[in-house]
Design a binder for this molecule. Structure first.
Ligand code: PBG
Length: 326
């Protein structure tokens, strides 16, 4: 009888040994909390498909951000839900619009103690729900959209964003936004590019959170990436870095761990991943039925995303996880 000489189980024998040899560990610093602020409401509105998440009032947003900061979460990603939507999404660059106001509130409350990131897109603001301007045929007009993104970027930076995060997947958006920020005097405002963002069914609950319905049963397949493609993500990432992105993102996370790992090998800038609404909702739904242990699966998901190579993770579990880490 021969016994194995290599015995990995030796190092799994006790919790302290397992802690000692863990290759990755989670802390509040790994987390970014996505938060929604809605105009024209007096009370926070629960989002049915995102259990535990709400559309905040300006007031409840301030309280939530302060609590996240106290829990050690270093950053939030803010989304605005305007009362009025129009074809161009003009509330997105209104300096008195809901997102600009909320950024001002949080900057006044927390200043530099929390990194304020703002999602930079038009879909929450357009009445047709697309991420850009439509041309006369109803197609998203890439280059006409870039100018508007520049206005949104300058508005968000002026309102207090430390980081703007373009998520519309227009070609050239990072370069256009960098130029707009620099010429408006915001050379210090960073860009976190949603570089490899896929056209996935996993954003369903998010669209409830921001009251977006894409007109005429449309979708985002002409601008977001095809789920079939991984190599293409590297081209998207390289283009964004060439145009001046400071950090890049892969989105969604769990279904794209291969993409995260490949991007990690290819770039040295900070890499984010977005554990999106559908990924969160699946875990919550199973946990509500008693089919999964929510705390354990939430931590496993975020750990898996880090193991794949992400430096930080945008997740609706941010607060819950940070609480469990205290
Ligand atoms: C676009 C945007 C989306 C998400 C973040 N930014 C939706 C989309 O592209 O349709 C999705 C986030 C999530 O599902 O949690 N502004």
């Amino acid at each position: 009888m021969s016994f194995p000489r290599h015995r990995p189980r030796r190092l799994r024998a006790t919790p302290a040994l397992r802690r000692l040899v863990a290759e990755h560990r989670l802390g509040p610093d790994d987390l970014v909390a996505p938060l929604f602020v809605r105009e024209g409401i007096d009370e926070p509105q629960p989002i049915a498909s995102l259990p535990g998440q709400v559309q905040h009032t300006r007031r409840s947003l301030r309280a939530e951000a302060a609590e996240l900061a106290a829990l050690g979460v270093p950053a939030v990603m803010l989304f605005g839900v305007p009362a009025r939507k129009d074809p161009r999404g003009s509330e997105a660059w209104n300096p008195d619009g809901v997102l600009a106001r909320a950024l001002g509130d949080l900057r006044a409350d927390l200043d530099d103690d929390m990194v304020l990131m703002s999602d930079l897109c038009l879909d929450e603001y357009t009445d047709h729900g697309h991420c850009g301007l439509l041309d006369s045929r109803g197609d998203v007009d890439n280059d006409a959209t870039l100018e508007l993104y520049g206005w949104v970027a300058a508005t968000q930076a002026a309102a207090g964003a430390h980081v703007v995060a373009p998520s519309g997947m227009m070609d050239g958006q990072v370069g256009a936004i960098r130029a707009a920020l620099d010429s408006a005097g915001f050379a210090g405002t960073a860009i976190l590019a949603y570089s490899a963002k896929y056209a996935t069914a996993l954003y369903g609950p998010f669209r409830d959170a921001v009251d977006v319905r894409i007109a005429d049963g449309g979708d985002r397949r002409t601008y977001q990436q095809d789920v079939a493609n991984a190599r293409e993500a590297l081209a998207e990432i390289r283009a964004d870095l060439d145009e001046g992105a400071d950090m890049v993102m892969v989105k969604p996370a769990m279904a794209f761990l291969d993409v995260i790992a490949r991007v990690r090998d290819a770039v040295d800038v900070p890499l984010a991943a977005y554990h999106v609404s559908g990924e969160y909702a699946m875990v919550c739904a199973a946990a509500q039925r008693g089919w999964l242990d929510l705390d354990a699966v939430a931590a496993e998901h975020v750990l898996a995303v880090k193991r794949a190579g992400a430096d930080f993770v945008l997740t609706y579990f941010a607060r819950h996880l940070a609480e469990s880490m205290q």
